[in-house]
Design a protein around this ligand. Structure first.
Ligand code: CP3
Length: 342
């Protein structure tokens, strides 16, 4: 069955569109009152593991705002969980991994799991979501980049510097590369099965790529993301989002990614220049700018579209939406795109 609103998939192919498609990173989240209602009743991983809950949460923002794509409610940390690493989501704290990976012996204990068994609940959630979406809009699946997953596995929690994760890579590169390869192999199989279950595109989130120097980024992050892109490119379009990774855009544009995510610290014309003008770009509204007046948000969104150009472009934030964004401000962001006239 073909999808009724295919703006997002056409933009990923680089086709000419009436207006650019729009969705928001972390669009299913704590700024939505209907999300908070479900959050009161079920803990985080119960929400991820119950297909009826995950699919309902996925379509909540679509019902309210009518974005051009949905992104499956889940988390990047289901991958280390499946690899035999305990992951907790602590309220008012975030991810916590009580037994972080810090030595070669720790890496040896990490498994490359049979994801068809360990993560079957994700594929069930995808099927349930596809039913609810009724072929109206495409569904995006995602994974963290191997580097970003390693950051949590080694650091054991969020961090401003991820110093322990970086130190592990710099002092024990053999073990680090082994770990990164295990994550990469697991992620490729996981995303293949997500595509088989029904997602129409996948995004790789390299949320902490910008913590690395350009040289270290090539060694510890980009080569593994590129393996994922190469393994998946014939199955579904891949979007690579590297937060703070403007320095790598020129190389990323030479890959077989269908699109590249841009954050707000890189101006649209600079992003176009670095990427050569041919690849689809996605982004890059400062998430905190959603605290501006709705009328200002609309003006800035129109300006952003004019700067990126309406084609080969997907409107999005430069990172995830924050919990303190008023619902009417998020609406102004989406409406501005739908009201856009070239
Ligand atoms: O975009 C969507 O709406 C889909 C859902 C989604 C979640 N996590 C749900 C979630 C996606 C795409 C993610 C990805 C994710 N998870 C990333 C990469 C994207 C990014 O923002 O950089 C990262 C780094 C994580 C790890 C993670 N999960 C953190 C750091 C946290 C805690 C921070 C916070 O916002 O509280 C989570 C928890 C999490 N994942 C929440 C949601 C809605 C909030 C916790 C809750 O609902 O109880």
């Amino acid at each position: 069955m073909s999808i009724k609103n295919d703006l997002f998939l056409r933009a990923l192919k680089g086709e000419t569109v009436e207006r650019p498609p729009v969705w928001m990173m972390r669009q299913a989240g704590r700024y939505l009152p209907e999300f908070m209602e479900i959050r009161e009743k079920y803990d985080f991983f119960t929400r991820c593991r119950t297909p009826e809950l995950a699919s309902e949460i996925t379509v909540q923002p679509i019902r309210r705002y009518g974005m051009d794509a949905a992104i499956l409610f889940s988390d990047i940390l289901v991958i280390p969980q499946a690899m035999n690493i305990e992951v907790q989501m602590k309220p008012n704290f975030g991810p916590f991994l009580p037994n972080p990976v810090r030595t070669q012996a720790d890496v040896d204990r990490v498994i490359v799991p049979d994801v068809s068994v360990e993560l079957d609940y994700v594929y069930e959630a995808i099927k349930a979501t596809k039913e609810l979406l009724n072929n109206e809009i495409p569904l995006i699946g995602f994974a963290g980049s191997p580097w970003t997953i390693l950051c949590y596995c080694v650091q054991g929690q969020g961090s401003k510097t991820f110093d322990k994760a970086k130190a592990f890579c710099f002092t024990n590169p053999v073990a680090a590369h082994e770990m990164l390869q295990k994550i990469t192999d697991t992620t490729i199989e996981y995303l293949k099965q997500k595509i088989e279950a029904g997602v129409d595109a996948v995004q790789v989130f390299d949320s902490w790529g910008g913590m690395l120097s350009p040289t270290d980024y090539q060694e510890f992050s980009w080569q593994y993301i590129n393996q994922i892109i190469e393994a998946l490119k014939d199955y579904a379009p891949v979007i690579a989002f590297g937060k703070g990774c403007w320095f790598a855009l020129e190389d990323m544009a030479k890959s077989n990614a269908a699109a590249l995510g841009i954050d707000w610290t890189c101006a649209p014309n600079v992003a176009r220049q670095l990427t050569g003008g041919n690849i689809t770009l996605q982004g890059n509204f400062d998430p905190v700018r959603l605290l501006s007046q709705p009328s200002d948000i609309k003006k800035m969104v129109h300006q952003m579209i004019n700067e990126f150009g309406k084609d080969k472009y997907i409107v999005n934030l430069g990172h995830g939406i924050l919990p303190n964004i008023p619902v009417e401000n998020a609406k102004a962001f989406i409406d501005a795109v739908k009201e856009y006239k070239a």
